[in-house]
Design a protein around this ligand. Structure first.
Ligand code: IPD
Ligand code: CA
Ligand code: CA
Length: 262
């Protein structure tokens, strides 16, 4: 195993264990609203510190982009950290959240880890070496139609400027697919595409730390990830479509046609 993957795993497990311990002490937890419907708690912040402390001990020169404390350092290596993905779920005791850590080298995703601390499921991907769940190889599904597909999504909840387009896409997909799921932690949604639990996923307005690790997981599992609106393989706008190759293409086509027409 790549030594940086090893350190990353140690860091996500430490943060995940901390988050789970905090579930017993939710009363009196200080929570602030960063923007409309966008919450952060002292658990997010402390989990982030735990990850950063672990990584900095091993790699003091590496740069960091972390959701709560921002960007620091200047290096070819950059760790991209979402210490608690699914904060709203966590604050409600809804058991679906994760820790997501990725490492980019010269801007290219190299290592990705998504850890579900409740199920203790560890999704990992190293560039060129495939994607794994608890050490076992994972792959995207082979379905090549939207009919029969199970699709994940994230509902718009911060800015509602795309709500009409979103609802139109939702309506059409509801009519053709086997169903749509909104579990509430984007990094895990992407890990579920990689592991074949869902066939595709789309969401507007995600941030780099939501998607970095999940993107590498899907690509290493044989799937596609791209920007809804842009041809580039980088998801610059945060509007993401992902899936096995066929479902990705069909989803992207339907979303673009609908979004453009709304
Ligand atoms: C959120 C979750 C959620 C997605 C939001 C993200 P956070 O991350 O991934 O599923 O719909 O867009 O912001 O804020 O809980 O880390
Ligand atoms: Ca997140
Ligand atoms: Ca978060």
């Amino acid at each position: 195993m790549h030594p940086m993957m090893n350190m990353g795993i140690r860091a996500v497990r430490a943060a995940g264990d901390f988050i789970v311990r905090c579930m017993d002490q939710m009363q009196g937890l200080s929570v602030t609203e960063k923007s409309r419907n966008d919450f952060v708690s002292e658990v997010d912040r402390r989990a982030e510190q735990i990850i950063i402390e672990n990584l900095r001990n091993a790699y003091p020169d590496h740069a960091i982009l972390a959701e709560e404390s921002g960007a620091s350092g200047n290096s070819d290596y950059q760790w991209i950290i979402d210490p608690l993905d699914g904060t709203t779920n966590f604050l409600h005791g809804f058991p679906q959240f994760a820790v997501s850590v990725a490492l980019a080298h010269k801007g290219i995703l190299d290592q990705g880890i998504v850890y579900d601390p409740l199920r203790q499921e560890l999704f990992t991907a190293s560039r060129g070496d495939g994607a794994h769940l608890d050490g076992r190889r994972i792959r995207v599904t082979r379905l090549n139609t939207l009919e029969g597909a199970l699709i994940g999504t994230g509902f718009p909840f911060r800015t509602l400027d795309r709500l009409n387009a979103y609802v139109d896409i939702f309506r059409q997909l509801t009519a053709v697919t086997a169903g749509i799921r909104r579990p509430g932690a984007a990094s895990l949604d992407l890990a579920y595409v990689a592991s074949g639990r869902i066939d595709g996923f789309w969401e507007y307005g995600l941030e780099p730390w939501d998607i970095a690790a999940g993107t590498l997981l899907i690509r290493e599992a044989g799937g596609y990830v791209s920007d809804i609106n842009d041809a580039s393989p980088e998801v610059k706008s945060g509007n993401i479509v992902a899936g096995n190759p066929a479902v990705h293409d069909l989803l992207q086509e339907l979303i673009r046609a609908t979004d453009g027409a709304t």
